[in-house]
Design a protein around this ligand. Structure first.
Ligand SMILES: NC(=O)c1ccc[n+]([C@@H]2O[C@H](COP(=O)([O-])OP(=O)(O)OC[C@H]3O[C@@H](n4cnc5c(N)ncnc54)[C@H](O)[C@@H]3O)[C@@H](O)[C@H]2O)c1
Length: 361
């Protein structure tokens, strides 16, 4: 199949693209390398995909890319289907808000399915930049939906978020729960994306599956800004004191999914035959920050310096009821958190200095 992956240079989008190439699909990747976090990281992800598809590398040397690629390949053994003949990877640098650019991508390629991962992600930045979030997450999504219905796409997978549920720490949320009470602009923009997906399904018959991703998704090359695991790893490596600001301090629990488990969930959304469905893809097993800290300390065999500060009211930590995805997609997240974090640390240590000493994480 020819699959358009938006946000292919990002954390989750690059893992999905790699899994698709491994199983023999042709990936058309789009990303605008926005400056939400350093471009270097995104170029690195694109070159890992070039290595996967046996393309020439564009940004880095083989000496840098190949060891990381081999590590990711090893971690993925027996996780994904692998074809004798890997698929291809074609990359476009461009913006999903730019309709002309997107039309060109659709006209130059016969696209069978779309996995729409590109977005302004993260809650705190959406408080500072609300209009940017609606521009990308709402206008960008409607651009893709429109071109997808015009081009007879057989499946549109939309990356939504647990943030659509708002502040629901009282229960494990199910797909039937109310999503009209977002408490962040980011969450609201994802609700809007979901509702547009539904309208395009009803009006034009576009087959859509929505993945409500429960993050922070963690694992090697995690999105470097605003993610607890990466911050803890960076701070421990650089011997800095980390501030803990969740509502319940060290007891704040996160339903945090390992990247390969999340990607398997997304692939199941792509491969299923449902015309319109919404799934929670998380672990349903939130673990307190103090245990996540322990995973990082064990991986380094060193202690992290901590400071507990005032609560952040926007830091909502909902947990997923994933029984629907288990039943209807055979979704089965099972990566041990100590194994997942150790992998993240091992790859961190293989990265160049600009990555390991990144500020602002
Ligand atoms: N990582 C998580 O824990 C998490 C949790 C819930 C939902 N999600 C969703 O999953 C998706 C991927 O998240 P991620 O963690 O990989 O983030 P990411 O920032 O690493 O990836 C998103 C990619 O989209 C690209 N992008 C942004 N705006 C664009 C535009 N206008 N045109 C083209 N490309 C653009 C960015 O450059 C980036 O490479 C997002 O939709 C996010 O909202 C992620």
């Amino acid at each position: 199949m020819n699959i358009l992956v938006t946000g292919a240079a990002g954390f989750i989008g690059s893992y999905i693209s790699r899994a698709l190439i491994w199983r023999g699909d042709s990936v058309i990747g789009i990303d605008n390398f926005n400056d939400y976090y350093p471009r270097n990281c995104k170029e690195f992800n694109v070159d890992l995909l070039n290595a996967t598809a046996n393309n020439n590398l564009l940004y880095y040397s083989k000496d840098l890319i190949n060891p990381v690629y081999t590590a990711l390949d090893n971690f993925a053994q027996n996780v994904y289907k692998k074809s004798e003949n890997p698929g291809s990877f074609k990359f476009y640098e461009g913006d999903i808000v730019d309709y002309e650019f997107l039309s060109k991508v659709y006209s130059e390629n016969k696209i069978d399915a779309v996995i729409h991962m590109a977005a302004m992600a993260g809650v705190p930045y959406s408080t500072k930049m609300p209009r940017l979030y609606t521009k990308v997450n709402v206008d960008g999504t409607v651009n893709l939906l429109n071109l997808s219905k015009d081009n007879g796409i057989s499946k549109f997978v939309f990356a939504s978020s647990s943030s659509v549920y708002g502040d629901r720490e009282d229960k494990k949320v199910t797909e039937e729960d109310d999503v009209s009470k977002a408490v962040s602009v980011y969450g609201a923009s994802k609700v809007a994306g979901e509702v547009l997906c539904h309208a395009f399904h009803v009006i034009y018959g576009l087959p859509v599956v929505i993945d409500r991703i429960f993050g922070p998704i963690y694992g090697p090359l995690q999105r470097p800004y605003g993610m607890f695991h990466q911050r803890a790893i960076n701070y421990l490596y650089n011997k800095k004191t980390i501030q803990i600001y969740g509502k319940k301090g060290l007891e704040t629990a996160k339903d945090s999914t390992y990247i390969d488990d999340q990607v398997k969930g997304i692939l199941a959304c792509l491969d299923c035959n449902y015309d319109f469905e919404v799934f929670n893809i998380g672990t349903s097993d939130p673990k307190p920050i103090k245990i996540w800290i322990d995973t990082v300390e064990k991986a380094f065999d060193e202690k992290l310096k901590l400071e507990i500060i005032d609560v952040d009211k926007a830091d909502v930590a909902s947990s997923a009821d994933i029984s629907k995805a288990k039943k209807m997609l055979n979704y089965d997240p099972h990566t041990d958190m100590y194994v997942g974090v150790k992998r993240q640390v091992d790859v961190f240590k293989m990265m160049p200095d600009w990555y390991k000493t990144m500020e602002k994480v």
